[in-house]
Design a protein around this ligand. Structure first.
Ligand SMILES: *Cc1c(COP(=O)(O)O)cnc(C)c1O
Length: 459
């Protein structure tokens, strides 16, 4: 799909239109766009991003959202419903993450606007919870999400990057131990990481954190609402939640495998005192006394309502049923990969698997898969591609089309092994490190996304 397919099809608003457009016309245009864009993922060929995929579930969430979409949750006297929804979203998440194991402590949480925001609030909390340290640092496995680097950049917290084993992709625990210093406020582990779907040795990291008297953040943005059910189903997934001694915070995205609308995530705290350390308040402002639990000011009551509705409508039984289908589908898709000796699965994955080849550039496989409508995510160092299995892949026929398309892709890659990959070349162009050209290219891509479609005409 072109990035700007609508340029020629619909009027481009480069200035505010003088007269309003009818609601019917606006809604007809949007529903035409949405139908066309939904086709990209509805057949189950798209990795990640569409976690539920049921239009009737989305319709239900939209109905829940619509009751409170225009409510500002800052004005709590006007919306006690938001207070109920938020508290229960936090309580249900703490339950899924086994916070009942935290004897003698008072666990708590924050509902944020997404995974990056949950991670940012965790980094902020570790900084604010250690007021005597002037320049705090955290230790992040190389495979952990860029949101940690972003948060460190925003809040002045250094990220020490721990190497991972190239085969198991597990973080080097000796390196972690050796690199904790007086300013280290917390360690980081992923359950699982976004690139490879592998789970860090959380129990070992927890033991180190406890021994050194520092925090441990578990990034369960992706797995927080799925791995607990995978464990219940008997899959070989190490404990990563609050049953593990030393775990102090966990991020879990309701807007991923929580099957809520985009725009919410939960940051769970083993102890409320750490959460409470990062509140912002200003009591002597002329505009009045101000306080907010997190970085956002106004928030929509609709998102809390829709997230609550997703969780309560599914219940444990619903999450377990969805998890079973996802884990079974992922296992079947991984079996197809293992049937090809030229392909190699990276580490010990879970519902998300990544694979590469030691015989040809894996982006050749990606080139072919793209012609069959597969939308994989790409990695580098070494080149690899991954699939985060979501509910759309659990539809009948998807595993079968994966198995046959993958076989054809392997044949294509083998036949073209001496040619450069098309998708790899583009990816490599972006990935080429911190060169001036790469920097300029990335800025141009970002600007294109926001300005290109309707640049403002200059007088
Ligand atoms: C998605 C994801 C994040 C970031 O979450 P956003 O919702 O995209 O901000 C962080 N960590 C992992 C493992 C993720 O998959």
């Amino acid at each position: 799909m072109s990035r700007f397919p609508y340029l020629d099809e619909y009027e481009v608003h480069r200035t505010m239109p003088d007269e309003g457009t009818s609601r019917e016309e606006i809604l007809a245009m949007m529903s035409a766009m949405a139908s066309r864009e939904n086709v990209v993922w509805e057949d189950g060929h798209c990795s990640g991003t569409m976690y539920c995929g049921d239009h009737d579930h989305y319709d239900f969430l939209n109905q829940a959202f619509s009751n409170f979409s225009y409510v500002n949750t800052l004005q709590r006297d006007m919306c006690p419903s938001a207070t109920k929804f938020e508290a229960e979203i936090i309580a249900m998440t703490l339950d899924i993450l086994d916070a009942s194991a935290l004897e003698g402590r008072k666990p708590g949480g924050l509902v944020t606007s997404g995974g990056s925001s949950s991670i940012a609030h965790a980094v902020l909390a570790y900084r604010e919870g250690n007021p005597n340290i002037t320049r705090a640092n955290m230790i992040k496995p190389e495979t952990a999400h860029p949101a940690f680097a972003k948060a460190g950049h925003l809040f002045g917290v250094d990220m020490k990057i721990a190497p991972v084993d190239p085969v198991t992709l597990e973080v080097d625990l000796e390196w972690v131990r050796a690199n904790i210093d007086a300013n280290t406020v917390a360690l980081i582990g992923s359950a699982p990481n976004y690139g490879y779907g592998t789970v860090d040795p959380i129990a070992e990291l927890g033991a180190i954190a406890l021994d050194r008297g520092i925090g441990l953040h578990v990034d369960g943005c992706l797995g927080g609402f799925l791995l607990p059910f995978g464990r219940e189903l008997g899959y070989d997934i190490p404990a990563f939640d609050f049953t593990v001694p030393g775990v102090t915070t966990i991020s879990a995205d309701t807007h991923k495998y929580g099957y809520a609308l985009k725009g919410t995530s939960v940051l769970a705290f083993a102890d409320q005192s750490l959460r409470n350390s990062q509140y912002f308040y200003l009591t002597d402002w002329s505009g009045g006394k101000y306080c907010s639990p997190g970085m956002d000011g106004s928030r929509s009551g609709g998102l809390l309502a829709a997230t609550w509705a997703a969780m309560v409508s599914l219940g444990r039984a619903g999450y377990l049923r969805y998890a079973k289908a996802i884990f079974e589908t992922s296992a079947a898709m991984q079996d197809a990969i293992r049937s090809h000796p030229s392909l190699r699965i990276m580490g010990r994955p879970s519902f998300l698997f990544s694979f590469t080849s030691d015989e040809y550039d894996i982006y050749l496989v990606n080139d072919f898969l793209r012609t069959k409508g597969w939308r994989m995510n790409g990695q580098q160092y070494p080149n690899a591609i991954h699939m985060a299995v979501t509910r759309p892949q659990t539809q009948p026929g998807v595993v079968e089309s994966w198995t046959s398309d993958l076989a054809d892709a392997v044949a294509y890659a083998t036949a073209h092994k001496d040619e450069p990959a098309k998708s790899g070349a583009i990816y490599g162009g972006v990935a080429g490190g911190m060169s001036a050209e790469a920097d300029e290219f990335i800025r141009a891509v970002m600007a294109d996304m926001m300005d290109q479609q309707a640049s403002i005409p200059m007088a």
